[in-house]
Design a binder for this molecule. Structure first.
Ligand SMILES: Cc1cc2nc3c(=O)[nH]c(=O)nc-3n(C[C@H](O)[C@H](O)[C@H](O)COP(=O)(O)OP(=O)(O)OC[C@H]3O[C@@H](n4cnc5c(N)ncnc54)[C@H](O)[C@@H]3O)c2cc1C
Length: 289
């Protein structure tokens, strides 16, 4: 067979990530151009984790769902590679994986999500899928009547606020089921109205729902620190309470762009390279930096 009769090579699309964004991108590409592209997903974790149910876990009301990424990718005509991407060299059209392997691409999509950061010192942070039982511990004490006053809060800036309200509402259900009537639940939020992210109609509905459940709402304030039974807020006087559950702050993973070269998540100057060597300012990183 002559070289001319070989079928043309299909453009190779590399998708960095294994969350909703990566899967939706792969799905859309499958719909639009299944037979014309070669698609590969690349993620440091082998599972896709369905997060919305995470809020139910500490209450024993739901379980997190996990799906094998390789199997999901296979269903939509993509392949899967386990491993995080370390750096991107857009000039050479290749990424360097954390294990040092160089992976070529024609098109690259980065869907590596956000980092969750500790937001309120002294509070129990709800990490969702990575929760280590802190919230479940508060719930246990609430159910047992050991805690009578809990604040649910989230930091300003970038945050996904829905779990805040779900956690508080589930808390009120726990109290009702346990026959506890004199406990106080409060939502403290930097928003001007509860769940305002979803628009005015939803905010009003959520406000009513919280009111019906007897959950107090303090809007327009930022949680600062929980210490000695007091949640410091700004602006305003501290709120006395027994426990505080906070959502984390979200921060986009940084991609530093230097002369056609991107550097991925958490790889600040001075970090180690994929082989574990310490990098210095000006070192080459999969391209020219
Ligand atoms: C508790 C909780 C409940 C939620 N409930 C809802 C809800 O009900 N409805 C809703 O719409 N949203 C909800 N969200 C928000 C939703 O989960 C996020 O908006 C969504 O997960 C973002 O998808 P993503 O693919 O951009 O990022 P992520 O889901 O964070 O996925 C990022 C992916 O990138 C991978 N990755 C990271 N670094 C690298 C790297 N260097 N190279 C390659 N891959 C990398 C990660 O392993 C991961 O697979 C909830 C979030 C939480 C925390």
């Amino acid at each position: 067979m002559s070289a001319n009769s070989l079928p043309p090579r299909r453009p190779r699309v590399l998708i960095a990530g294994g969350g909703v964004a990566a899967l939706e991108a792969a799905l859309a590409l499958y719909d639009l151009a299944a037979d014309r592209l070669e698609v590969e997903l690349c993620s440091p974790h082998s599972e896709f984790v369905y997060r919305p149910f995470a809020v139910g876990e500490p209450y024993g009301a739901a379980s997190i769902l996990r799906y094998d990424l390789g199997a999901l990718a296979g269903q939509i005509g993509a392949s899967f590679r386990l491993g995080g991407i370390f750096s991107v060299d857009t000039g050479a059209g290749q990424v360097t994986a954390r294990d040092g392997e160089q992976i070529p691409y024609d098109y690259l999509m980065i869907a590596s999500g956000a980092r969750m950061l500790w937001a309120v010192p002294g509070a129990v942070t709800f990490w969702g899928v990575a929760d280590e039982g802190g919230v479940a511990g508060v719930v246990r004490k609430l159910r047992a009547g050991i805690l009578r006053d809990v604040v649910f809060t989230m930091p300003g800036g970038h945050s996904w606020g829905l779990p805040l309200y779900e956690l508080a509402l589930l808390g009120s259900t726990v109290l009702a089921k346990s026959g506890i009537e004199d406990a106080r639940l409060t939502v403290v939020t930097p928003e001007d109205a509860p769940l305002e992210l979803f628009g005015r109609a939803v905010a009003e509905r959520m406000g009513h729902l919280l009111g019906e459940r007897g959950i107090e709402v303090v809007t327009g304030v930022h949680p600062v620190e929980f210490e000695g039974g007091r949640l410091r807020i700004a602006p305003g006087e501290p709120i006395e309470t027994e426990a505080v559950i906070s959502l984390p702050r979200l921060e986009g993973r940084r991609c530093l762009c230097r002369r056609r070269c991107l550097r991925l998540p958490g790889q600040a100057r001075g970090d180690r390279d994929p082989a574990g060597r310490h990098r210095r300012r000006g070192d080459r990183l999969g391209g020219r930096l």
